[in-house]
Write a protein that binds this ligand. Structure first.
Ligand SMILES: Nc1ncnc2c1ncn2[C@@H]1O[C@H](COP(=O)(O)OP(=O)(O)OP(=O)(O)O)[C@@H](O)[C@H]1O
Length: 449
């Protein structure tokens, strides 16, 4: 391995009842920078795997009178993402193959050279890190070029606070209307935190109350395989950030569990009694007035205080008008490059229209308006006619819609039609040019679910 690429450091569990093997493996792996725990029995191994999150387990073929092959499925049930390397004795290739068939990720034959051990462990740690990275990149696809500077006196202190809090473990509540950029700030805090794990975003309303507990906290699989193990998003966010979007949708029944996670950093999976430790940083976002939820008994006061300890409130776009032009220019460059369109700037009249508009949909609406303008504009300069904004006050032409109906009724009708033909909620959101979470909310508000 080239010296410029140090092997990734991981958390390793050694399962062996032979003290001398444990000591020599531990020494070798700790020298390579890994954090190592050891278990001398099946029960101890399972207890550790249930309570801590390891990257790799080196599992001996025989632990006292127990077979490593029997312990393997139990370990995988407790920790579905754990990489298991079966350690066998010379000449026991049958067991090694059996272990691979049973779900082991690799095997190692004793006695082995220190380098063999280090390489085998580093390979598994690296694979786990790559999986996390790929998952994080997939989640963040296309959003890596956010504009994280501001000319607005409302936004600058907010960005400064986000930078200051990012490297700590403190949980942060992001408040603000839809489309103001709470998700963008969550991504920024994660990126500035330097955490090696992924950013895992959970949009609570789209999971629904029944799916929330298993998806969030995970499930302990049953031994007969009838209930599959689910690692859960909290565990997926290990070493990274868990972003709970629309926290107001957390049912009362799950609120004590979230409080425990925030206070003690522990949680339990469904069907499991053993508390597990989480090293994920928690971010939450809300468009709802949480004080109102507390007052009406839908949010526990203690959880509210805990969530609100550090909160950042994103202003509506109309209240940070200095940012309209830089954001619009940012989106113009992005979409002109993506669609290979000629637009390079906004004409003065178009800029005036952007500045004067109220932006009820905030930055998301600005982004959509600029994307459309870039596509429609066949020229270098975007003009007012390329901007699909609500008309300015003045004499209004009779709408073509008949019978007369409100804008909301028209929107409801259009959303219903798109939902009826689109195969999935995501596809419908794409067609409507809005986020799935926004569509979810609108669908609910219009009683279309
Ligand atoms: N500073 C920014 N730079 C680039 N894009 C931005 C910025 N702020 C917001 N956006 C874009 O605007 C859209 C809305 O932002 P985001 O999803 O973060 O808002 P939100 O407040 O989380 O909305 P919601 O509450 O509806 O989920 C996204 O497509 C995002 O990429």
């Amino acid at each position: 391995m080239p010296p410029s690429l140090p092997p990734p450091q991981g958390r390793v569990l050694l399962v062996d009842d032979d003290r001398s093997i444990v000591d020599s493996f531990r020494l070798c792996l700790e020298e390579a920078g890994h954090r190592v725990d050891a278990a001398g029995s099946r029960a101890e191994a399972l207890a550790r795997a249930a309570a801590e999150s390891y990257d790799v387990c080196l599992l001996d073929r025989a632990i006292g009178s127990e077979s490593g092959l029997d312990v393997l499925p139990e370990l995988k049930r407790l920790a579905p993402d754990l990489a298991v390397i079966m350690v066998t004795a010379t000449g026991d290739t049958g067991a090694a193959l059996e272990a691979l068939r049973a779900g082991a990720d690799d095997y190692l034959v004793k006695p082995c050279l220190p380098d063999q051990l280090r390489i085998a462990v580093a390979r598994q740690v690296r694979t786990r890190r790559l999986h996390s990275r790929v998952a994080a990149l997939e989640r963040d696809r296309g959003t890596g070029d956010d504009l994280l500077t501001s000319r607005s006196w409302r936004m600058q202190p907010l960005l400064d606070s986000a930078r200051a809090v990012a490297p700590t473990d403190a949980s942060v509540l992001l408040r603000g209307g839809s489309g103001t950029g709470k998700g963008v700030i969550a991504r920024a805090i994660h990126a500035w935190s330097g955490r090696h794990g992924p950013l895992v975003t959970v949009h609570l309303p789209s999971l629904g109350p029944e799916r929330l507990e298993p998806e969030l906290f995970g499930v302990l699989g049953s031994l007969d395989g009838s209930t599959p193990a689910v690692s859960g998003q909290i565990s997926q966010a290990q070493g990274g950030t868990l972003f709970l979007d629309e926290i107001a949708a957390l049912p009362m029944a799950l609120q004590p569990q979230l409080l425990r996670l925030l206070q003690d950093r522990t949680y339990t999976r469904m069907g499991d009694a053993t508390p597990r430790r989480s090293e994920a940083r928690i971010l939450a976002a809300t468009t709802t007035d949480l004080e109102e939820l507390v007052a009406t008994g839908r949010l526990r006061r203690d959880l509210y205080y805990r969530l609100n300890a550090i909160s950042l409130s994103l202003p509506p776009l109309a209240e940070r008008a200095e940012d309209i032009e830089p954001l619009a220019t940012h989106f113009l460059r992005r979409y002109a490059a993506a669609y290979r369109r000629p637009a390079r700037s906004f004409g003065n009249a178009a800029l005036r229209r952007l500045q004067a508009y109220a932006w009820p949909g905030n930055v998301r609406e600005l982004q959509n308006v600029v994307e459309r303008a870039v596509i429609l504009c066949g020229d270098e300069r975007i003009a007012p006619q390329h901007l699909a904004l609500a008309p300015e006050p003045g004499p209004v032409a009779q709408p073509e819609v008949s019978p007369p109906m409100t804008l909301a009724a028209l929107e409801r009708r259009h959303i219903r039609a798109v939902l009826a033909r689109a195969p999935t909620l995501d596809a419908a959101a794409r067609e409507l040019g809005i986020d799935t979470s926004t569509l979810y909310r609108k669908r609910k508000a219009y009683g279309l679910d």
